[in-house]
Write a protein that binds this ligand. Structure first.
Ligand SMILES: [Zn+2]
Length: 410
């Protein structure tokens, strides 16, 4: 009898703990999202997910801009490109995807302060699977802030999302043992819940950057001289600061962030290369940096604890020679790309990109082209074109290190 009671006790205890554990560690079959619905009613905006399994969820809100964030277990989502309706009622837009391993994230951009009136999981009924239901109503900014604080106190974000702290690393460049391969980190922009730019035909920047990054890795490693590490090798969200940290932890000697922009003027096309500077070289570069730096906001990161000082210190730390090295590499890269793909005029520009702020790793950001231009879009979707980019980057990396070695007299 006692054994039975203990067993039951354990059962209840595990039953209680399991939903929490499930957020970070889903060992069994992944749930699948079958449908996504958004409906504006008179008294509320209702958001519904049809899901094949019962799942646990955690909701929190963020301000500046107003967002509602829902963390769920890692699931297979309905292809976002197929959604017809992405706005209505209080919702201006929404997106979803893998946030960290084990956690999917849904981010709703709301038009103003909202209140989460209800959130629940409905059991299967009338031929429908499980349904996650979220009801939103309008509220005052003060009430929104009060609710946000209350929710924050109640629930902490998943551990991995909190563990993004800069790692201590000596600023001295470590001496490579002779014959060791040089490490180059390739950073495919965006990913997971952050799609990046979206073309008129529905091509996602996050997919193009990953395909190009993989090609660059292939070409770099084919030289036999370099080890290429990707900041992500699947469709997952990586915060900007973490991308920088991956390069520093890997003792990288170069960091190359890969992007593809969109712009109002659909005729503009071609690649461009950027390096870090407090002062942007022109208005377009400043606006571009602002768009790219929003990735963490788009991914539903809580940035309220990130003081501006931290970013300023990082800029100060960016020692002059790291910036000079970045500029050298950028200029070589422009040259090597020019013969192979279409590049913009005045192609090396400067702006305050957050992802280029490693103080000790020369870093550049490449905008491969414009998804708003149909030639660029078509080209970037073509593996042959991506191969040309890969060869251009590999050529530029070899050229850069040859110069470094010459300067070092080795
Ligand atoms: Zn981008």
């Amino acid at each position: 009898m006692l054994r039975l009671i203990i067993r039951f006790g354990l059962f209840f205890l595990l039953g209680f703990v399991a939903p929490l554990g499930a957020m970070s560690d889903y060992a069994y079959a992944k749930a699948e999202v079958k449908e996504v619905r958004l409906a504006a009613h008179k008294d509320k905006t209702r958001f519904v997910l049809d899901i094949t399994e019962k799942v646990s969820f955690r909701i929190f809100t963020l301000s500046n801009p107003y967002r509602v964030v829902v963390d769920l277990p890692e699931m297979d989502w309905l292809n976002e490109e197929n959604l017809k309706k992405k706005a209505g009622g209080h919702v201006a837009n929404f997106r979803y995807g893998l946030f960290i391993p084990g956690t999917s994230r849904l981010v709703l951009d709301v038009k103003g302060p909202v209140k989460i009136k209800k959130s629940f999981i409905l059991p299967p009924a009338n031929g429908k699977p499980y349904r996650f239901v979220l009801d939103l109503v309008g509220t005052s900014p003060d009430q929104f802030m009060a609710d946000m604080k209350a929710r924050k106190a109640k629930a902490r974000p998943p551990a991995a999302a909190r563990a993004i702290i800069p790692l201590p690393r000596t600023l001295e460049r470590s001496q490579k043992p002779k014959g060791a391969k040089r490490v180059v980190v390739i950073d495919p922009g965006h990913g997971g819940v952050d799609p990046g730019a979206i073309s008129l035909n529905g091509a996602y920047e996050k997919r193009i950057t990953l395909a190009v990054a993989k090609e660059i890795k292939k070409q770099l490693e084919a030289t036999g001289k370099f080890k290429a590490i990707l900041t992500r090798n699947r469709d997952i969200f990586i915060p900007l600061r973490e991308r920088v940290n991956i390069a520093r932890r890997a003792d990288a000697e170069l960091f190359i962030s890969i992007h593809a922009d969109t712009i109002k003027n659909r005729r503009i096309r071609g690649a461009s290369v950027y390096t870090l500077s407090e002062k942007a070289s022109d208005k377009e570069a400043a606006a571009l940096a602002e768009r790219e730096n929003k990735a963490d906001v788009i991914g539903g990161m809580d940035l309220s604890h990130e003081s501006k000082e931290v970013s300023d210190i990082l800029i100060d730390l960016a020692r002059r020679d790291t910036m000079n090295e970045s500029a050298h590499f950028a200029e070589g890269l422009v040259k090597k790309l020019k013969g192979r793909i279409k590049v913009l005029r005045n192609t090396h520009r400067f702006a305050g990109f957050a992802v280029l702020k490693a103080p000790d790793v020369p870093s550049v950001l490449v905008e491969l082209g414009f998804l708003s231009n149909r030639h660029d879009e078509k080209a970037l979707r073509n593996p042959k074109y991506r191969e040309k980019i890969g060869m251009g980057v590999a050529d530029a990396v070899s050229y850069y290190f040859k110069k470094v070695e010459k300067a070092q007299g080795s």
